[in-house]
Structures are given as structure tokens and as C-alpha cells.
Design a binder for this molecule. Structure first.
Ligand code: COI
Length: 361
């Protein structure tokens, strides 16, 4: 792979971040970009000013949705170091998503290097408060101008950065979720386990209907029987039963969340009984009625740990922990964020340090 080119812009003012960052509204000065062409492969890597992308109206992505993305985070630790949480795992997931969408894979080491270079250049944009981070959004799209249906022969990969706070406006306050069987997000053997725009497009109408009824999000049921719980779309879901913490198993229609995987590991470290299995919504309702559901929470890169205060299915509302964050939710949030901000030892090798040297351009 060629060396990265640096076409950097000079800031005339220091970066000042607003008190409330929200999610995905602010973008840093630069992006990383590279191109793919059949016969050449990935080439032309450059870090350059963030600006609009010129696109041919026939770009295949615009018509047939051939694209993937991912989301990961960089943090500033207490001692001022810059770290990224499990970047290799995220890059691997980009390649897994790409395989299903017939997008050429990227060299994982090169992409990690590119990502670290971009973050190093943009380190002044990393917020330092607990719950805040620099969200990293890599994405790839088919850019060949062609109206026939086939995999594109040209692609663009872009990494953009956004300083963020909590994903949900509720922050760490419990969210209200509707379990819907009116719509489905994905089916097994389809694209459900890929981070691809189609899954998010499929979730919009159900999400809007839920919002009109006062819910924050939808919990999707399986696409075949609408019987088993799957995921929320912006996060994976965990049900804390009295003697077990269960999460839907990865059967091809659920996104393999990196925070999901980290939480499973942490719960195992704590000697808790964590299982990945089929969980029917009827089981959740029945166990709730018997008083056996202690709590429900979601996990995601953007959401981190999101307590679920209310879950409504067919008009039946279940309330957990009196609508307050549960003990386990708080414990998990503290554990994960302590690893993020370097307050706790990283025993699993999840943290990658970004070198603090001036970039030689
Ligand atoms: C993430 O958690 O990184 C996500 O991608 C969820 C959402 C912002 C699409």
C-alpha cells in the first residue's frame, strides 16, 4: 500500500467544544479517504479537509445501497493519553460486513494505521468527560457510475470523526422501548449481521411509529416468526433474569456488537451466569409476571450501556427497577467507562494507544 498523503488545513482558532455535544452533530476538520478500482485495488490514501463529496448521480451506492460502515470510539484518558477501544475488532467487522455486500476487503493493519494517524491529527477534538468520546465512523460505498445491478467496480472508503456525548437524549436515564411485530428489521441469511445502511433504513418506519407513541426505540423480533427478541437496531439487548443474564445468540440476523462481546466477557469475569440463546418475547413476559426479570439493558458503541426502564409488548407494559438505572447497569457502565478512560487495568488487551508525536507531513 502506498504511503498516506497529508493535505492538512491549518486552524486559525483552537478547537472549542460545546458543553452539550449530543451525538453526531459536530465533525472534525479532516477525514481519511482512499479509493478502490478493479485491477488496482485500494489506493490513493489521503488525510484531507472534510468537505462535500462529488458524486456521479449514477453512483451505484445511491441506487442499490452497496455500502457498509462501522462505529468505534477514541478516548482521552485521565493522564491525557489517547486510546481507541478494540479497533481491530471493528475493522474485522467492516471486512465481515463487506464480504456479504461484495465489497473488497481492506488491509486491517493499514486501516488501523490510517485511523490512528487521523486521530492523532485531530486529537484536540477528543472530549474528556465520562460518557464523551471521539466517535470514529469509517464507511465504504460503491462509487461506479452504472445503473445495472451488480457489485460496483469502484469504491470509496472514508473515515470521519465526531466528538460525541450520550447517544440517546435520555443520557444514562432508562429508555422506553416498544417491542413490535408490525415490522421486521432483518432476516437470517440476509444482511442483519452486517453494519450496512439497509438495516437502518428498514428500521425507520417502525422507529417513527414507536416515537409517535412516546417510545425511544424499537426492540425487533425475529423476521420469520416474530417470536424471539433480536436487537434494538442501535444496540444489542440483555435480559437480566434472577439467575441468568441472557442475550440473543448471534444467528445471522443480529449485529455482533463489540460492546455486547465486551459485556459478555466482563460478566464472565465477574462469575455471573451469562448466556447467548434464543429468548422468546413470551418468555420475557411470563418471567416478568412471575417477578423473575430483574432488569433489561442495551449495549452499543454509541449507547455504551443503556438501561431499559420500560418494555411494552402488545399493550402490556413491563417496568424495570422502577424506571431507574439498575444496579448491574450502573456497575457495567462504570466498568466499561473505567477501561475507556484508563481508570482500570485493561486485562483483555482491548485498548490501543495512539502515539502522541507530532505528525511528520
Ligand atoms: C454504534 O453504536 O456505533 C452505531 O452504529 C449505532 C448507531 C449510531 C447507528
Amino acid at each position: 500500500m502506498e504511503k498516506i498523503k497529508y493535505n492538512l488545513v491549518k486552524r486559525d482558532k483552537p478547537v472549542v467544544l460545546p458543553e452539550e455535544l449530543g451525538f453526531g452533530k459536530i465533525f472534525t476538520d479532516h477525514v481519511f479517504e482512499m479509493d478502490y478500482s478493479a485491477g488496482i485495488g485500494w489506493h490513493n490514501p489521503v488525510i484531507k479537509k472534510l468537505e462535500d463529496i462529488p458524486m456521479h448521480p449514477a453512483s451505484m451506492y445511491l441506487h442499490y445501497g452497496q455500502g457498509v460502515f462501522d462505529g468505534l470510539k477514541a478516548f482521552k484518558t485521565e493522564s491525557g493519553e489517547v486510546v481507541i477501544f478494540r479497533p481491530q475488532r471493528h475493522i474485522q467487522r467492516i471486512n465481515n460486513s463487506s464480504k456479504k455486500l461484495c465489497i473488497p476487503e481492506v488491509d486491517t493493519e493499514f486501516l488501523l494505521h490510517a485511523l490512528m494517524e487521523l486521530i492523532r491529527i485531530e486529537k484536540d477534538w477528543i472530549p474528556a468527560k465520562t460518557g464523551e468520546a471521539l466517535y470514529i465512523r469509517p464507511f465504504i460505498y460503491g462509487s461506479e457510475p452504472f445503473l445495472g445491478v451488480k457489485p460496483s467496480s469502484e469504491y470509496k472508503l472514508i473515515i470521519m470523526l465526531s466528538p460525541v456525548g450520550a447517544y440517546y437524549p435520555e443520557g444514562f436515564k432508562p429508555v422506553k422501548i416498544l417491542v413490535t411485530d408490525d415490522y421486521v428489521r432483518a432476516v437470517r441469511k440476509g444482511l442483519g449481521d452486517c453494519k450496512t445502511p439497509a438495516n437502518y433504513a428498514a428500521s425507520l418506519l417502525g422507529g417513527e411509529v414507536a416515537k409517535k407513541q412516546g417510545f425511544t426505540q424499537v426492540l425487533w423480533l425475529d423476521g420469520v416468526e416474530q417470536k424471539y427478541i433480536e436487537e434494538v437496531g442501535t444496540m444489542n439487548i440483555f435480559i437480566q433474569f434472577k439467575n441468568e443474564i441472557a442475550t440473543p445468540k448471534l444467528d445471522g440476523s443480529i449485529l455482533p456488537g463489540v460492546t455486547r462481546d465486551s459485556v459478555i466477557q466482563i460478566l464472565k469475569d465477574w462469575n455471573m451466569n451469562v448466556t447467548e440463546r434464543l429468548i422468546s418475547i413470551d418468555e420475557v413476559v411470563e418471567e416478568y409476571k412471575k417477578g423473575n426479570v430483574v432488569g433489561v439493558f442495551g449495549t452499543g458503541t454509541a449507547a455504551i450501556i443503556s438501561p431499559v426502564g420500560w418494555l411494552t409488548y402488545k399493550g402490556f407494559e413491563m417496568t424495570f427497577n422502577n424506571g431507574q438505572p439498575g444496579e448491574l447497569d450502573v456497575k457495567l457502565f462504570n466498568e466499561i467507562t473505567s477501561i475507556h478512560y484508563g481508570k482500570k487495568e485493561d486485562t483483555h488487551g482491548w485498548i490501543v494507544h495512539v502515539e502522541n508525536k507530532e505528525v511528520e507531513v
